[in-house]
Design a binder for this molecule. Structure first.
Ligand code: ATP
Ligand code: MG
Length: 425
């Protein structure tokens, strides 16, 4: 992730208001320090906080070690206004975040009978015997607010201490993320509602960050003091603008829309595939995909989204020539004459699947993922993407020279974004 930071003088000036609310994060877990588990909580939490106008001033990682954790928490508490601690809420012997916090904040750990019941019910529902140790998770520091955990037994906890906010969150990302969004964000929002600068996020695809920056020059010229940041990810560039002035934020937002609106697929957490499923659903339209080089990646992304079954009819992965003929009815002569990676084959794949499935739209992909298999006329990275719609079928040619998995992702991203633009017209 590359990040263009504002120039130091502007930053110093701005920093004052921003650090009025100092946030620190402590990520716990020996696996994070062994390098076997990448710390995904930091980027997740930091990005969510940024939207509230909050920045992480410092992040500490500690292993499952009482002395290290105690020291880290004491140090962070001395500096921070908001302290978020992840991990160590589980039932095993190496989980003791709860105890350490109770000790440092001098709160008794009390047994919560409701919580114990909820945990017991969870085990009963899954029909597995409950080990006694699990009930340790029903002990909470006195005065703590509970953040429910629909995806696990360890609830999150929020404590107020001398005007500071301390939140404890579970380690597993699939438990932490929904809990954060549903239960912690509203508390944080309320806690710092008068302090935040205005942060606007624009998630774009289709332009490298250098070109995006060029396109938004008029905005930078108009508001030289505005913080403009870019974050380039695979197949996506996120643009963020931050200001303490609400009017400037609104005006800047309009300018961004007029300059690069077409490239913006999301203004927040919504992923491209979610946008597609939502738009198809709203318009009562359907999709089918005929994939070769993307190997089912498009279908996978679409079917990750709840509600996909209402709009997604089928995904066919035809990797060999014979299967392109057998399943999609691509003509053997077309393959013979133009090759499997060709505009003509992409066209027939999309067109034929649209007819066969009855879907409103059909996308197709055929390309050379590499690293082998390229020729001088058809180099590695070449991909044809077809889009069949009620208006007819169109094929676009791209060159994405990356490793195989990135190639698949970017090809899928490009295909989905093409459809998104069609749906938003
Ligand atoms: P559990 O009930 O599973 O024990 P816990 O709250 O005690 O939950 P941990 O034991 O610290 O949490 O971690 C549980 C799982 O979550 C582990 O698989 C761990 O690798 C993963 N995990 C913990 N912290 C992070 C992190 N910062 N980033 C990504 N994964 C993490
Ligand atoms: Mg654990």
């Amino acid at each position: 992730v590359r990040q263009s930071e504002p120039t130091p003088d502007v930053f110093a000036e701005r920093n004052h208001a921003v650090t009025a609310m100092r946030v620190e994060i402590i990520n716990t877990g020996t696996e994070l320090l062994l390098g076997t588990t990448p710390n995904t909580h930091l980027p997740f939490i930091a990005q969510r906080l940024l939207r509230l106008g909050l920045r992480v001033a410092r992040q500490t990682t500690v292993g499952d070690n009482r002395a290290e954790m105690t020291a880290a928490v004491k140090n962070a508490l001395a500096r921070a206004d908001i302290l978020l601690i992840t991990g160590g809420l589980g039932p095993t012997a190496d989980d003791f975040t709860r105890e350490i916090i109770a000790e440092i904040l001098q709160r008794k750990l009390v047994h919560d009978e409701n919580l114990a019941q909820l945990i017991a019910d969870r085990f009963k529902k899954r029909n597995i015997p409950m080990p006694e140790t699990v009930l340790k998770q029903a002990k909470i520091p006195e005065g703590a607010r509970i953040l429910p955990n629909p995806n696990g037994t360890a609830v999150g906890l929020v404590l107020e201490h001398k005007g500071k906010l301390v939140a404890l969150l579970p380690g597993p990302p699939r438990e932490l993320a929904p809990m954060f969004d549903e239960f912690l964000l509203p508390i944080l929002r309320a806690h710092c509602k008068n302090l935040r600068p205005f942060c606007r996020i624009f998630r774009t695809t289709g332009l490298p960050e250098s070109l995006l920056e060029q396109k938004i020059q008029p905005l930078i010229q108009k508001f030289p003091q505005l913080e403009v940041g870019f974050c380039a990810k695979i197949g996506e560039v996120e643009l963020r603008i931050v200001t303490e002035n609400a009017k400037i934020a609104d005006e800047a937002e309009k300018i961004v829309e007029s300059l690069i609106g077409d490239f913006v697929f999301s203004r927040g957490d919504e992923r491209l595939e979610e946008v597609i499923v939502r738009l198809l659903t709203e318009k009562k339209l359907t999709l089918a995909v005929a994939e070769s080089c993307t190997g089912g990646h498009i279908a996978n992304r679409i079917t990750n989204i709840s509600g996909a079954s209402n709009v997604f009819l089928s995904g066919v992965v035809t990797y060999s020539n014979a299967e392109k003929v057998r399943l999609l009815g691509v003509s053997p002569q077309t393959i013979e004459k133009f090759g499997a990676v060709s505009e003509q084959v992409a066209r027939e794949m999309a067109e034929n699947l649209r007819k066969k499935s009855g879907a409103t739209f059909a996308l197709s992909t055929t390309g050379i993922a590499g690293p082998t298999g390229g020729t001088s006329e058809k180099p590695v990275g070449l991909v044809f993407i077809g889009l069949a719609s009620p208006d007819g079928v169109e094929v676009r040619q791209h060159l994405f020279v990356y490793d195989r998995e990135t190639f698949k992702f970017i090809s899928a991203q490009t295909a989905l974004d093409w459809l998104r633009r069609g749906l938003q017209r």
